[in-house]
Design a protein around this ligand. Structure first.
Ligand code: FAD
Length: 435
């Protein structure tokens, strides 16, 4: 049987992984994961692109993936370096016939794909990139990507009317042994440039562990064991604790969970326990997630520029560092903002309600270049997803497609409504809520 390299990227799972399944059918699959050092470098703000909370989650995820592959008779080759060089080297050493991987959509990721493709050309090795990140398959969109509707509601209505979510793929049940190559070790925090692992905070709303196994467990706990889905729409704007929203985002972002798996579980619940607005709303949020992926596909690098996908060159942004730093540290003097910014700094997680408010505050109240906020989120968030993060920031900063021309929140009103007794603010800022 010919050797086929499977390059794991942001699809760190065995269930519903079409690319992996195809690779395992095409020959002896050699699973590889590369800790690409470019993602651990510092960005223009001097922050590591992948901060310590996401690193922890990623390390746990790769460890879990390796264990799950071992259970099927295979293993995971782990390397640290530049993905295109490492994958091409392994392919050469093992005389691989082809590389399979999941397709990505954004600039850095597609650049790496192109670099790999270039390295493979003289070796005459094919690369097969398979779409796997979204609920609705890119090929099933009822329009060409250039005609992606400018408004989310139009997108949602069109796709719900004419497109079916494809069925999930089962995980393979048995795999061939990986032989003739050093498996390599999962890097330590120090090897990735951190002094130590993060300190956990007992106030955290995210207390879970990385990996497909834990992701599937949380999905089951959220929908079935704790029966939380049935009230999701009413609780989702909560601020404290693990259960006000699903907390599936870190697993979805690394691909430990597939959105179609979540969809099927929701449908199963609806069939058994009944559908309601809440059960639909989780799917509605996954459609938002899809929208940002397709937006990234359509608009490319524009999403990362201050002028945004709208190419708004008129809007002037401040780049006043001390003001930005006060936002990062949670020292703006606005308690609701400061509490949220402390939470993200100390845990890597922040509620959706918090994210909307702090992003609006940075862009509209402080007038700071919103790309700084997005880059800070990239470093700090445990669930960072390039499409969702930059897409949401575009939207809130008013340089996206939002017909409302930006989302300026009245912070005091939001705090009164979502944190009426100040329990959240007190949790993060202490009893005397002056930051
Ligand atoms: C400025 C800003 C930046 C954000 N950055 C990210 C990011 O990097 N990664 C990320 O996963 N989410 C991001 N979000 C979206 C959202 O805040 C998180 O997905 C959500 O808070 C995660 O918690 P949950 O899984 O409990 O969400 P739930 O409310 O349980 O939602 C279920 C799932 O739906 C998707 N979803 C929910 N809200 C949104 C949304 N607004 N846009 C797109 N998809 C959504 C997520 O995959 C989420 O896991 C951002 C939102 C804002 C306003």
């Amino acid at each position: 049987m010919q050797n086929i390299i499977f390059w794991f990227r942001n699809d760190l799972r065995l269930h519903d992984n079409e690319a992996f399944l195809e690779a395992s059918k095409a020959g002896t699959v050699i699973p590889v994961y590369v800790f690409d050092t470019r993602y651990f470098e510092k960005n223009f703000l001097g922050l590591k692109r992948t901060g310590v909370f996401r690193t922890k989650f990623l390390l746990e995820t790769v460890e879990d993936l390796r264990k799950n592959l071992q259970k099927l008779g295979s293993d995971l080759i782990v390397r640290t370096g530049h993905a295109e060089e490492i994958i091409a080297q392994i392919a050469t050493d093992l005389e691989a016939a082809a590389i399979y991987a999941s397709k990505e959509v954004t600039q850095d990721e597609t650049t790496i794909e192109a670099l790999l493709s270039k390295q493979l050309k003289p070796l005459n090795i094919d690369i097969d990139l398979i779409w796997s990140a979204t609920l609705f398959h890119a090929r099933d969109l009822p329009f060409q990507i250039n005609f992606l509707p400018k408004v989310f509601t139009d997108f949602r209505k069109k796709i719900e009317k004419s497109t079916k979510v494809r069925e999930t793929f089962d995980a393979p049940t048995q795999l061939a042994k990986v032989e003739g190559i050093d498996l390599g070790h999962i890097p330590t925090y120090q090897e990735l440039g951190f002094e130590s692992e993060p300190v956990s905070d007992e106030r955290s709303a995210f207390t879970f562990t990385g990996g497909e196994t834990e992701g599937l467990k949380r999905l089951n706990e959220y929908i079935w064991q704790k029966d939380l889905l049935k009230n999701y729409k009413e609780t989702r704007n909560g601020l404290i604790g693990t259960d006000y929203s699903s907390k599936l985002s870190p697993w979805l972002s690394l691909g430990c969970l597939s959105p179609r798996q979540v969809y099927e579980e929701v449908k199963k619940y609806e069939a058994e326990a009944g559908a309601n607005e809440s059960t639909y709303w989780l799917i509605f949020e996954l459609i938002w997630r899809d929208y940002f992926y397709f937006m990234a596909l359509k608009h490319g690098t524009r999403m990362f520029k201050a002028s945004g996908i709208k190419n708004d060159l008129m809007k002037q942004w401040s780049r006043h560092k001390p003001t930005f730093e006060s936002w990062v540290k949670g020292e703006t003097g606005e308690p609701f903002i400061d509490a949220n910014m402390r939470e993200i700094q100390l845990t890597g997680y922040m509620s959706n309600r918090g994210r909307q408010n702090v992003a609006s505050y940075l862009a509209h109240n402080l007038g700071i270049d919103w790309t700084w906020g997005a880059a800070y989120f990239e470093s700090a968030l445990i669930d960072y997803d390039v499409c969702i993060n930059w897409g949401n920031w575009n939207y809130i900063a008013g340089v996206g497609n939002d017909p409302q021309e930006g989302r300026k929140f009245d912070i005091a009103q939001q705090a009164n409504f979502y944190d009426p007794d100040q329990a959240y603010v007190k949790l993060w800022l202490g009893e005397n809520i002056h930051s």
